[in-house]
Design a protein around this ligand. Sequence first.
Ligand code: NAD
Length: 423
Amino acid sequence: MNNDNMGRRGFLQAAAGTAAFTIMKPQLVRGAGANSGVRVGLLGCGGRGTTHTETILKNTDARVIALADMFQDRLDNAKQQVDKLSAAKGHAGVEQTFVGPNAYKQILDSKEVDAVVIATPPYFHVEHLAAAVAAGKHVYCEKPVAIDVPGAKRVLEIGKKAEGKVSLDVGFQIRMAPPFVELAKRIHAGALGEIVSGEAYYYCPRIDFTYPNAPQPVRRLRNWLQDRVLSGDIIVEQNIHAIDICNWMLQGHPEKAIGRNGRKGRDFPGDSCSSHFDVIFQYPKDVHVSFSSAQFGKVQFDCSERFLGTLGSSQSPYAGPIGIWGEQQWIWGGSEKPAAEGQFSASGAFSDNLAQADPEKQKAFIGSILSGKLHNQAALGVESALTAMLGRQAAYAGREVTWDELIAANEHWDAGIDINKLG
Ligand SMILES: NC(=O)c1ccc[n+]([C@@H]2O[C@H](COP(=O)([O-])OP(=O)(O)OC[C@H]3O[C@@H](n4cnc5c(N)ncnc54)[C@H](O)[C@@H]3O)[C@@H](O)[C@H]2O)c1
C-alpha cells in the first residue's frame, strides 16, 4: 500500500470498496453443519480474552477448544474457567494448550481450530492477525488493530487477503450495542440536522502495576498497559472506543487534529504512558469534535460522546440516558416498542447501555462463520486506529497534524523486545 492510497480520499475509497461481508458457501466453513459447531481458539488468555470465551460459550453453540499464551499462569486460569463453562454446556472443554513465544504459531497450526480470538497486547496484533489469516483461520482481533502507521497499512493488506476466505472481526463491540445502533440509525437519518460540533471523553483511574520484581522484559510484558509502545498509549489502546463512536456517528474520519498530552499524575518508574490527552479533531464539512481523556490516580470512570446539530443534540454514555434531545426527541427505552419474547430488551431495562454489546458481537462473528456471510472489518479497524494515532501525534507534536501528514510520516514504533529470548 503506498501513501497515496492511504490518503484521505484513497483510504475512504479503499474502505468503501471492501464489502461489509462476503457470502461464502457454508459447507466451505469447517464446523458448519457439523455437530461440533465452530471450534474456537483463544490467543492471549488475560482479562479480555477470558471474557470473550465466556461470552462465546454463553451466547453461541461454538466451543472453545484451544488456548495459547505467553505465560503458564494465564493459561491455567483461563483453562479453569473455560472448562467449567464448557462443562455447563455439556462440552468437553479445552483440548489443546500452548505456552511461550511460539504459542501463537502453534495454536494457528492446529487443525482442530476453526476460528481464533486475538486478545494479546496491541503491539502484537498485526503479527498475530497476519499469521491467523495466513493460516486460514476466522479471526476476531481485539482493538487497536495496530499501534503505528506501518502496522495499520499492513492490516489493510491482511484484510485484502482475508476477503472472501475468512471472517475478520475487530473488537469494537459497542457498534453492536442496541441503544448505540438505534442512535446511529437516527443520526445517520438526519435527526440532528446539520451536525456542527461534538465532544467525546474517556476518563478512568490508573491501572495497577503488577510483578514489580520480575526481570525485564517480562515486567514490561506483564505491565503492557503502562508501556507506551506495547499499548500504543492510552488514546490508541483505550480511548479508541470513544473515537470509534465519533467516526461511526460522523461516517468518516478527521482530516486533521491539534492537541496536547502530558504525564502529570502518572510519571512512575516503568510507566511510559500519558496521563491525559486533549485533542480537537476536525472532521469533513468543518465539524469540530473536542476529545478529552485521562487514565491516572483515582479518576472516576466515565465515557460518552455528544454531537450537536441544528435540530438537536445527542448523548451516548456507557451508562445512563442515551438519546437525542431536540426536534426529533428520542431516548432509549422511552420510545421503543417493548421487546418480543426472546429478543433483547428495548424497554429501557438496561442501566448499562453496553449490556448486549459483547453477546451481540460474538453472536454476529460466530454467525458469520456458520452462514458463510463473512465479515471483513479490517478497514474499519484501521480507520479508527489511525484516527487515534492522529490525535496522539498532534498531542505529542503540540501542533496541527493532518491525516495525510500522519500517513506520509509512516513512523515505525519498535518495542525493542525479543520475545523469543523469553522462551
Ligand atoms: N473491546 C474491549 O472492550 C476491550 C476491553 C479490554 C481489553 N481489550 C483489548 O484486549 C487486548 C488484551 O487486553 P487484556 O485487558 O485482556 O490484557 P491482559 O494483559 O489481561 O491479557 C493479555 C494476555 O496476552 C498474553 N500475552 C502477552 N504477549 C503475548 C504474546 N506475544 N503471545 C501470546 N500471549 C501474549 C499475556 O500473558 C496476557 O495473558 C488488548 O488489545 C486490549 O486493548 C478490549
